[in-house]
Design a protein. Sequence first.
Length: 462
Amino acid sequence: MREGVNGTAPHRRLSARRAGLLGLIAGLLALLYAMNFGAIRLLTGAEGADLFFAYPAFFAVVFLAYLAGVRLTWFAGRRVAVAVILLGVLFRLCMFPTPVVLSSDLYRYFWDGRVQLAGINPYRFSPEAPELADLRDSDVHPRVNRPWARTVYPPGAQMLFAVLATITPDRLWALRGMLTTFELLAMLALLAILRRLGLPEGRVVVYAWAPLPIFEFAQAGHIDAVVIPLVLGALLAAGAGRPGLAGGLLGGAALIKLYPAALLPVLWKRGDRRLPLAFFATVTLGYLPYAWGAGWKVVGFLPVYFARFEEFNIGLRALLTDAIGLTGDSARFFVSGLLASLLIGVLVALGRSRGNTLPNLAAATGTAVGAYLLLLPSSIHPWYVVWLIPFLVVLPEPGWWYLTAAVALSYVAYTEDPARVPVWALVVEYLPAYLGVVLGFRHVRRRPAWSAENACQSEVAS
């Protein structure tokens, strides 16, 4: 097959047959997304906790249909990309009328926004505190998780909660609308990255139709949707030689959720001060208004979040401890420290070994995100995995694809009380992902360092 510009894979027009198949897949996905948990109830009769046991099987069906769509559009051009994005937004709109099933986190969002609307710093008091008694109601307050704890969400997220509360308090459709808007920005940012890389724009389907963000953001309402376009924007800015803007956008992402800070050593070019200065200035300015009235309470629930009873869906650390009977604190601390050190080493090594072009930055950043998810000795919730998905356009290795699907298996934890991911589920979720990544790296090592263009050449040759 003839290669495209700069050695990248050529764009293709969809044949009438492929366009018809893609239309059928899009229709099937729209139906599945619109029915979501209604389909599970219809097919299995599951209710309550049993829904969480049936959900991974339903997710697998949706994921297979999604993969078929990815295969059809992998080499498609701009016209298909526009249709894919519009359909991606439609799939999210299908979720708007449905009740939230997967998470109660959004009620904390509503509560924190309500507290700020009353002129109170959300980091000062827990929802159970007597100082907030006048704000309690029969709808939001009883559904707030961890009502005994002060909020864990960073200031950037708090600002969004306050904006939502000011515009339309406690409205699920407003939250979903805001998150979908940020997801549309993520799709457009990914489209810009694809253009800059010379890759087929149809690959925006990798994020636009992926079931994980649709279920975790449009359905469950997780604020992490705001992180994705900020991280992709930081990557674009770094690749364009604008480190100050990159640092500011990455700092903004870290103000929504803390974990994007892990990308700082990867995007930072040694000797450049602008990116880290912009990052820390943005984070500091975000924290100042809240720290002024709360002091050290501004860290909220975070210290308790790393306690044993808060652990959820731990990957390699659990396989190296709990899965083989090493359940004591000593083994837990030793393996956690070892993995944390390894993760830091990987992030630093990626920053030092990458080139300064956008293809190198994109591949290195995607690898850093994957390393974070597989090595972090702390909780990995399904919505954390979403920020890996856009990088599959340059790292289409089986292990990464598998992880974005298998993480749905962690929901079987909620069939037990207290919630706990069983060892068999951890093995099925993580072990093939680790094997796939290791085997994938053997393939990557045959290419020049972190080259997305050469990845395309491998696809064409195959």
